[in-house]
Design a protein around this ligand. Structure first.
Ligand code: B3K
Ligand code: ZN
Length: 835
């Protein structure tokens, strides 16, 4: 396996040199792009050895202050001895964008050149101090063939452009704001542009441009609307204004993640920009707005104030996710937004913390940084910020943000700096709260009700079980929001391992709705009666509590079924659903969540050991019980909402279609063919696949006919193919299909990533055999994208004995001399002997 050293937060040292200015010249060429990098150096200590990172580069020349120098290589770094306190360094290198399938550094996406530098991709462009605490002022001159690449873009403001000989032209960009190299970007191509403008709160006009593939301009209007709304929201909410003359977004199809917040030049995965009603679902629209907002918000939280080192990634990501979530709560207009956030935490993040990759939101050790763009750093990081926001209140949080920018604008700082600004602005002690940054794992909060002589109270206690990375855990301060059904709501602050709270006198024991709004990222242990859970499911005010109560009932039921027993929770759950479906509709978004049977993935989080076959069977049984017992009332509700032209109604209709699929084959076919938009079409198709209906083949083939030339839409098709029953035997054909490409992570993630994460067929002998063939191939093409797919397999220790053995063999077999550092780190952790 590629051997890469472990880096530790504890070993942080400030850089030996600062690079204050960097002038780059790119002579773009498909196979031999020439990069000239001129940096101004300043010694930052006593060490005279300047150590520069570089990968996959061909070194042409190095000059220091005009004189050629012979550099040496040490530990894969280029080392140059600099005698004086400052100097000008000129390095010329060659790089090959065409063979760069890892999509890091400079690469080709379709016909365009583009870059991705975060986390450590700049070292594939030139030799540099590739670390976020080296902030320089950049200028970049981009030279390319004028006909093929009429648009030449980089960060900042355009200062000069013109023609050159040989059919070439150039553009020079200057970015006045010092930035780390991970925020550098370059794009050269031939795009359509959607333009607009925004007047900032201080009256400056900003040119807004979205660059998309030819013919797609109209599909960028939603993204543009979301961008302007984000700019306004950040001014209104945080007083944060955009700072350059123009803001550009470029949509590319080859991209490892969602998008990238390069200063003034965001590069996006096209699927998070392009949308119209015929090709995008309501959920796509909301996701696009959320990501546009996220990247825009990074301009302050990430770019103006950046991270000192990569261990601090949550400084910018947790905070920015919290900011985009707050924006979406207003923008998306769906009461289910918070429920979805909680679901992601409880399925993906809790699973990550329970597995071999467990890490705190500020990790302490990293081999491949790209492996740490995780649901823990991002989403648990956002939950931690949300708790701070709750603790300090809106005004207190804003005061903390103001102080944070006042102190740290233009600097590279740490998570401690952020929490200190919050503490100082509010004059509170947040020392104990900082434990959320250093401790991994999911706290388990046990709730005990105290009920005596009409006095009601609660005892809350917490314990965090040991995780793969950390044995010793302590209690963390956490907000525990409650509602007493029909009475009051309040937030209890649990400060230590155990605390009791007196909640007053009641004539009857109140029904407790615990953890309202998922107020802390914790698991709950609460022996609440089945009847109370059913009451919460029907009547609690808080949407999260209602969905959670349904899950807690189902968890009891499924646990009994796995033991071959029956359980009263079944009747209670069905009755509650019946009640909800019979009453006047008040919140279609919420009902859309309640009328879902939890996925097998969600069920995995309910049990320590995975009985996969048992869970699949339980889920099938739950669905058939609903159809048998509730068809009439659910069908009435379906009839009532199916033609309502409103987002919530569409969400509810789609949930009902999936729930009743096997009994609604004709209706599904009709709905698919008469669909007025992609939300309806995809909903019908998903229902056909979920019910494994005979009609699926016909609908999937029609979808291919209709959308075969739009690869972004075909990702939806690939995802359904990946989930579908019988997917494994169709894989050879699917991977040959024109909608699939081994080199494009959108395609591989849709088909193979979804197959691994959502199809039980992946966990069969033939499934493991197939994965043992395709994963090495994917890893050799794109390590980062491959590493992001294997998460579910790393949980191998939780499966039954037979699968455990096969999975161990599969993972062991993936460890070869050519395995990437990305995959290697995950395999090493997953297979490490347990002590
Ligand atoms: N900061 C980028 C992620 C970079 C991915 C590195 N492998 C996207 C975001 O969080 O906004
Ligand atoms: Zn981000």
């Amino acid at each position: 396996m590629a051997n890469k050293a472990v880096k530790r937060l504890a070993d942080y040292q400030s850089p030996a040199f600062l690079i204050t200015h960097l002038d780059l010249t790119f002579e773009l060429d498909d196979t031999q792009t020439r990069v000239t990098a001129v940096s101004k150096l300043k010694k930052n200590g006593t060490d005279s050895a300047l150590r520069l990172d570089g990968e996959h580069l061909e070194l042409v020349s190095v000059e220091l202050d005009g004189k050629t120098v012979e550099p040496r290589f040490e530990n894969e770094q280029l080392v140059i001895d600099v005698a004086g306190d400052s100097g000008e360094l000129k390095i010329v290198t060659l790089t090959n964008p065409s063979t760069n399938t890892a999509l890091e550094g400079l690469y080709k996406s379709g016909g365009a050149f583009c870059t991705q530098c975060e986390a450590e991709g700049f070292r594939r462009i030139t030799y540099f101090m590739d670390r976020p605490d080296v902030l320089a002022i950049y200028s970049s001159k981009v030279i390319a063939d004028k006909e093929k690449y009429p648009q030449l873009l980089s960060n900042g403001n355009l200062v000069e452009c013109g023609d050159l000989d040989g059919g070439r032209h150039f553009a020079t960009w200057q970015d006045p704001f010092p930035k780390p190299c991970y925020l550098f970007a370059l794009v050269a191509g031939d795009f359509d542009i959607l333009e607009d403008s925004f007047t900032t709160m201080s009256g400056r006009d900003v040119l807004l441009q979205i660059y998309v593939d030819k013919g797609r301009r109209a599909q960028a209007t939603h993204a543009m609307t979301a961008l302007k709304a984000s700019m306004k929201w950040d001014e209104d909410t945080y007083g944060l204004e955009y700072d350059l003359d123009r803001f550009m977004i470029v949509a590319v199809d080859f991209f490892n993640m969602g998008a990238m917040e390069n200063k003034g030049l965001n590069v996006f995965n096209a699927k998070f920009v392009l949308a119209d009603d015929n090709t995008a679902t309501d959920a796509d629209y909301d996701r696009i707005a959320g990501i546009i907002a996220h990247e825009y918000f990074h301009n302050w939280t990430g770019n103006r104030v950046t991270c000192r080192d990569w261990f601090q990634l949550s400084l910018k990501e947790g905070l920015t996710v919290f900011r985009d979530q707050s924006f979406s709560a207003d923008w998306a207009g769906s009461s289910a937004t918070r429920i979805h956030e909680a679901q992601l935490m409880r399925t993906a993040q809790f699973a990550e913390d329970a597995g071999p990759m467990s890490h705190p939101i500020r990790p302490q050790e990293v081999v491949e940084m790209n492996n740490f763009y995780t649901v823990t750093v991002y989403d648990k990081g956002a939950e931690v910020i949300r708790m701070l926001h709750g603790l300090l209140g809106k005004a207190g949080f804003r005061a903390g943000m103001d102080l944070y920018f006042k102190r740290h604008d233009g600097k590279a700082v740490t998570c401690d700096d952020f929490v200190d600004a919050m503490a100082d602005a509010n004059d509170v002690d947040l020392t104990a709260f900082k434990g959320w940054y250093s401790q991994s794992g999911t706290p388990i909060v046990t709730v005990t009700e105290l009920w005596e002589n009409g006095q009601y109270g609660l005892k809350l206690s917490q314990v965090t079980p040991p995780t793969a990375d950390q044995k010793e855990k302590g209690p963390l301060p956490l907000p525990f929001a409650i509602e007493l059904l029909g009475h009051s709501k309040q937030v209890l602050q649990l400060q230590g391992a155990e605390q009791t709270f007196a909640l007053g006198h009641f004539d009857e024991k109140p029904v407790l709705a615990p953890l309202c709004g998922f107020s802390a990222p914790v698991k709950l242990v609460f022996e609440q009666s089945d009847d109370e859970l059913a009451a919460l499911m029907e009547k609690a005010e808080d949407g999260f509590v209602r969905v959670d109560a349904a899950e807690r009932l189902l968890q009891r039921l499924v646990a009994a079924w796995l033991e071959g027993q029956e359980h009263p929770a079944l009747e209670l759950w069905l009755n509650a659903l019946h009640g909800i479906a019979s009453r006047p509709l008040t919140d279609a978004f919420l009902d859309a969540e309640l009328f879902k049977v939890p996925s097998v993935n969600a069920m995995l989080g309910w049990f320590e050991n995975i009985d996969l076959d048992g869970l699949v069977a339980a889920r099938t049984r739950l669905r058939s019980q609903v159809r048998e017992r509730l068809f009439a009332v659910l069908h009435d509700r379906y009839q009532m909402v199916k033609d309502v032209k409103e987002k919530g109604a569409r969400a509810l209709t789609n949930s009902l279609l999936v729930l009743l699929a096997e009994s609604l084959e004709n209706a599904i076919e009709e709905r698919y063919f008469q669909a007025r938009n992609m939300t309806e079409r995809q909903g019908a198709l998903a229902a056909a696949v979920a019910g494994n209906l005979a009609i699926s083949d016909k609908l999937l083939s029609d979808f291919d006919d209709k959308f075969g030339d739009n690869l972004q839409v075909m990702d939806k098709w690939l995802m359904l193919q990946g989930q579908r029953s019988g997917a494994l035997k169709r894989m050879p054909k699917l991977t040959e299909h024109s909608a699939f490409s081994w080199n494009n992570p959108n395609r591989t993630r849709s088909l193979i990533g979804v197959f691994i994460a959502h199809n039980p067929e992946a966990h069969s002998d033939a499934g493991y055999q197939w994965l043992s063939e395709v994963l090495p191939k994917l890893d050799s093409i794109n390590p980062q994208a491959t590493a992001r797919m294997v998460g579910p397999l790393l949980q191998w220790r939780r499966f039954d004995a037979k699968r455990r053995q096969s999975l161990e063999a599969l993972l062991t077999g993936l460890q070869t001399p050519t395995t990437s550092a990305d995959l290697g780190e995950l395999l090493g952790k997953a297979l490490a002997k347990k002590d």
